[in-house]
Design a protein around this ligand. Sequence first.
Ligand code: AMP
Length: 634
Amino acid sequence: MRYEDAWRRSVDDPEGFWGEQAKLIHWETPPARILDATHPPFRRWFVGGTTNLCHNAVDRHLDTRGDQLAIVAVSTETNTTREITYRELHREVNAFAAILVSLGVGRGDRVVIYLPNIAEATFAMLACARIGAIHSVVFGGFAAHNLALRIDDAEPALLICADAGMRGGKVIPYKPLVDAALREANAAPAHVLVVDRGLDPAMERQPGRDVDYATLRERHLDTDVPVVWLESNEPSYLLYTSGTTGKPKGVQRDVGGHAVALALSMTTIFDLRPGQTILCTSDVGWAVGHSYNVYGPLIGGCTAILYEGVPTSPDPGIWWRLCETYGVRTMFSSPTAIRLLKKQDAAWLSRYDLSALEWIFLAGEPLDRPTYEWLTAGTGKTVIDNYWQTETGWPALSLMPGLDLKPVKPGSPGFPTFGYRMRVIDEATGEEKPAGEKGVLVIEPPLPPGCLTTIWRDDERYRRSYFGHFSECLYSSLDWAVRDADGYFFILGRTDDVINVAGHRLGTREIEESVASLGAVAEVAVVGIVDELKGQVPAVFATLRQGVTDDPRDVAQAMERRVVELLGSLARPACVYVVGALPKTRSGKLLRRSLQALIQGTDPGDLSTLDDPNALDEVRRAILRGPDCGARRA
Ligand code: AMP
């Protein structure tokens, strides 16, 4: 089938197209109606159909591939490899589901999962799906405050955590962060289920509240927990993501649309058939991890390799060795990870037998040409850039080697995937931009299956955040883009105050709020600046309250510590500048873009609305002088 024909049908006849794709999964009750788009910007897919993600990912394969590997959980941190067949997965997930039930968790209840990339994370997610509970996985790198915010929004019935994670040989205790988050949160659950990996002997347990996974697993190991059939549009999970305010958005996904979109993407985009293997190096705490470490490969009857560790340890050949050992056909990673490997000897790329490997997909941030070329030349494989957001849940722009592979254009994630009708429009007028001109990337509703259905308990925020930008009802991606004369899209960065650090989205407002929580700080502005490895990193500019006489370097260090403490080391500022004043417009708006330009040595843009020119000079001087904290110099 030609891409053009399939895509055209998906947008011109969505009911016909998606009605056919629905057959890719098992429905207990077939949908009565394929699409209900009567209340835009909301839409419901496969209305009236009942299904279950866990059934589609696990039970459905028992007869045909029970003895095939479902997941291979490799940890180069603990030096362990767990090979788990579909049959074994079924047993583990049932036991996990029985534990959830025994702790009073039921359909519609939320469960916060704070686990590293270990098999239990997959079990926990599938167990929630099995009984109709709504999981909300929180990335293990997030600190206590971030976790508390998510707990308060989701109001979980249960929190599942590990004693610790590990990174680069270092144990990172999780449980103390959970304890701190639960002290801060207003909606603490009654129980915490602890997966004790034996990594933190000093872990404290709160009697009555904390329960031990291994003990309960023993008790429930041979319990069968029936699948709960859910209406296609019931929520399957929440995944919090940064927006322009300090409060993260609970992206809500459905059941049926999510399953169908993933099933379709597995064959057409990732070119994977049942029995084949994918290595996706994402953390389960990100959207990519949900879709391509867990649900997508399992729904597709594939083998998913789950990796805990850094890409360079025990040596920079580890991922390629896994490709050889397990005959990986498709690999999925991020440009940052590849840039990390690029600092190592290129010979690692050709040391292993990569004959089974066909495709290397990269997503999450712009793929720069040198990284693309290094990887292509070193492996001889086709490298496919693909663009998506937590909100879309699967690639929105990508080439499709499983259908018909169009020529790769470096720097471009290619064309819209199924159901995505996209435009590049003028920010002010909403008019479509001609080829080659920059504008805002928008999606015409209805959003295809798999995309978010709303923001958890906040339909109004969903409407406002995504559809409130133009007079026409259009989903704004909040990304700048350009489409070339051949129809290829190029992504040029965010239109809002969100920065992308190593492929992870951070709201500058969240960082500003943490800095401002220090008593000494009067005002703060955070901007993203270019970083060779991570794409972008945060830079902080702050003024101190009158009367504060502390050494600015001490306060700057306190700011850095506070950000790491509240948000996690991902958000660690690369540099902190303490200044006398911040540049603002006459109406009091911080000129973040000018700050960003000044620190990067580019044109600060239109300064006609600047209130106090001295503030800008002050910032210029501070930049010349060097940061008060942080290794990075402009
Ligand atoms: P997240 O929701 O954390 O996955 O972040 C989504 C954002 O990452 C998008 O809005 C883009 O700004 C950026 N992004 C994701 N994939 C790509 C890509 N292939 N090229 C450029 N930017 C990307």
